[in-house]
Design a protein around this ligand. Structure first.
Ligand code: F3S
Length: 392
């Protein structure tokens, strides 16, 4: 690989030990994937923040990086294993909380903005069209590549940290134009009409296309909330990091439409919903995977007005989004109903395995991990239905 003088200095250790190690990580990655050079990135999103995933080995690596490593670009964090302020009310073990705080402290020392959300694009980490970034978190990667038109590979925890501390990433994969072209066309015969249906469509498409770049037709309109649900799901069930949606995403108009077609019918979307509805009691309801937007919180507040929950109901969101909800009174309405905000975390990364039997959620991704990781029975439904179940 060819390096600029500054990159060579980083490799030579002139910018400190952490920066040298990060440059070595990126160089190794670049060599594996055939990159010829590094490119500057403008933003980073780091995943793998929960202590449950990192353990002591991960924490040791972070502590070493935090010794003399400092972020060079705007860097935000994925959800942690707990609400960093309200963890006790959410039943988190104090020992876990202590270790989770050690993780956050290390990131903080590096200069990371410790907002802990999988929707950084809703709270100010918002790259624009054509910008190179280095993001981890599959749903956010898919959203930034596809909906925003930014350029990123699916980074892992260490490579995202390395990009943050050097401001670079190797130029391969989705950073190169030729890899952003669609190779399969998906014709949707019945457009979904709610966020949970967009999630179900993501399951159907993901299972058909795997990790290919698709050109999706037949969706007349889609909101930010519907697109975030779709991105989370298509990335979870298929592994794709980029799609183009005709009339919706910014690069679609420039793309040649592939001849290789698959179709998605309304029946297939309905069947996907049925497959995510286990026959089980529901004792836990969680909304906000990916993290809720302020618009979704407004809807939840409206639906909960004057009601009381009878089951544990979590609303997972970024803390800055909750701050807005606090100011306009949504939080008061929601908390008076007995529902709980779980900021900085989510029902998948929090250590809650075994605490509940059945999860109702509006997220197809949440169903996948609720079943797989936390061994919950699941039921996919709209936000309105989630509130009905939570207050029944
Ligand atoms: Fe976000 Fe957790 Fe879902 S990280 S996408 S809320 S599984």
């Amino acid at each position: 690989m060819e390096f600029t003088p500054e990159e060579q200095e980083m490799l030579d250790g002139k910018h400190g030990t952490a920066t040298r190690r990060c440059m070595e990580i990126l160089t190794t990655l670049g060599e594996i994937y055939g990159a010829e050079r590094m490119i500057p990135v403008v933003s980073v999103q780091i995943a793998g923040v929960s202590y449950a995933n990192l353990g002591e080995a991960g924490l040791e690596f972070l502590a070493e990086m935090a010794e003399d490593g400092r972020t060079r670009v705007l860097t935000t964090l994925n959800p942690a294993g707990m609400d960093l302020e309200n963890w006790e009310a959410l039943g988190i073990d104090p020992e876990f909380a202590k270790n989770q705080k050690r993780v956050i402290d290390s990131f903080s020392k590096m200069g990371v903005v410790t907002t802990c959300t999988c929707t950084p694009y809703l709270i100010g980490n918002l790259p624009h069209y054509g910008e190179h970034i280095a993001w981890a978190e599959s749903s956010a990667v898919c959203y930034s590549n596809s909906v925003l038109g930014a350029r990123t590979n699916r980074e892992g925890g260490p490579s995202a940290i390395a990009a943050s501390l050097t401001g670079r990433t190797p130029a391969y994969g989705y950073h190169n134009e030729e890899n952003r072209k669609p190779v399969i066309t998906v014709d949707v015969e019945r457009a979904p009409s709610d966020t949970f249906e967009f999630g179900a469509m993501g399951k159907v498409i993901g299972e058909k296309i795997g990790n290919k770049v698709a050109y999706v037709r037949g969706i007349p309109k889609a909101s930010i909330e519907e697109l975030k649900s779709f991105c989370a799901s298509v990335a979870t069930y298929g592994g794709t990091a980029l799609f183009h949606m005709e009339g919706i995403t910014p690069e679609a108009a420039e793309m040649e439409i592939p001849n290789n077609n698959v179709t998605v019918t309304g029946d297939e979307i309905n069947k996907a919903i049925d497959l995510l509805r286990d026959d089980s009691i529901i004792d836990f309801v969680s909304i906000g995977c990916p993290h809720c937007s302020i618009k979704e919180i407004a809807l939840i507040a409206e639906l909960l007005k004057g009601k009381k929950v009878t089951k544990e109901l979590w609303i997972t969101t970024a803390r800055p989004t909750k701050t807005v909800a606090d100011k306009v009174g949504y939080t008061k309405t929601i908390e008076e109903a007995g529902a709980k905000f779980a900021c900085d975390t989510c029902c998948v990364v929090a250590p809650i395995k075994g605490r509940f039997q059945g999860l109702a959620t509006d997220s197809a991704k949440g169903c996948f991990y609720g079943r797989g990781r936390n061994k919950f029975a699941v039921q996919l439904m709209s936000i309105k239905q989630c509130i009905e179940v939570a207050t029944k």
